[in-house]
Design a protein around this ligand. Sequence first.
Ligand SMILES: C[S@@+](CC[C@H](N)C(=O)[O-])C[C@H]1O[C@@H](n2cnc3c(N)ncnc32)[C@H](O)[C@@H]1O
Length: 389
Amino acid sequence: MELYLMRHGEALSASKDPLRGLSSEGRSQARRTAGILKERGIRPTHIWHSSKLRAKETALEVSRVLSLADMPRQEEGLDPDDQPDRTVMAVDALACEQPEARLLIVSHLPFLPHLVAALENSPGGLPTTEFPEAGIACLSPNGRGTWRIEWQATPDGEIAETVQAFFEHWKTYQKAMDCDYLGHRGAYETLGRFLARHPKRTLSLLDLGCGDAGFMSRTLPSARISKYHGVDQSEIVLEMAKKEMGRVACPQVFTASDFEVYLNESPEKVDLVWIGLSMHHVPSEGKADFLAACRRHLNPGGSLLVYEPMRVHAETREAYLARWEEVCRTHWPLLEDGEKKRLTAHVRESDFPEDLRTCQALGQKAGFKSVESLYQDPYKIHELVCFHA
Ligand SMILES: C[S@@+](CC[C@H](N)C(=O)[O-])C[C@H]1O[C@@H](n2cnc3c(N)ncnc32)[C@H](O)[C@@H]1O
């Protein structure tokens, strides 16, 4: 299902209109945003609006521009100060009953940013999405029971900030990789030696969360790779990966997908599954299933190699995070304060590392024969672990 969240256009002041209907600029804003939908060939199948006149009039303008047959409908729970829970349930129910539906919801501040945070299941439910007058956000299910923003627009055109924010984040990550703060060099050299010693003459490799595949492309020996398959949820990094992998002469496939969704849907079998710095985003309770899904994709004798943040034995997540922050503060001088802050926020939000013993137990539960550590980075923050099928 596609979900469009839109804020009403500019309203008249209460002194001019006690019901606060749209001003002429507000009508024009709503029509311009509807024009963006029209250009993209988007025709909502359902339009819901709040009880306020400005939201209803915005919905009607959109409906007119798109020549929609069905009238927008007023729904409970969409007023400015409503809690998002009821709407999240209604949206999920519609997505379940009518996966092809395109739902447009017209509402207000502060409700809309709270609704996005609830749909994204963002940590602490913190609202971070901006909705200027008649601004719109398109969301889609991410395959893991929550939603993510695909794009945003104002009446004056699409907002590129989401892409910009991505690049800001990626630039910091790239710098940390280039300075070898994350131990990539040692990890990928270890992968190189693993490949060199492997008894099979040629190997197929599935790289989950491949990112830009820069280190991977400098590690893979062309003659030994029968197929490289990079999977990443970000189309932007996949484009980078295609370029980087240009230096490896082997058959290549790239898939834009959430890797858990991919693993559950694809029948592909490979000799090696590689995961570099992305499995730790899978919450602890989902890791055993994730590892089992990886194992199902391995040929007999195949291996899963994961290079991931790793807690030392019996360390709590909080103690790990404190150690991570200490290393970041004292050992990574080439990162600027803003970059450190951004990385720290990301790690605090989305890193769920395990320790080696837990990995071994999870690996056994997932049906792997043995689990061994192949490399640890100099700061003892990341470890390369091999699961033998
Ligand atoms: C930290 S980067 C690691 C890139 C590369 N593997 C490396 O070792 O440098 C994490 C990558 O995993 C991707 N990623 C994170 N969660 C994902 C998921 N659930 N499905 C697919 N890709 C994911 C991100 O888009 C990003 O490109």
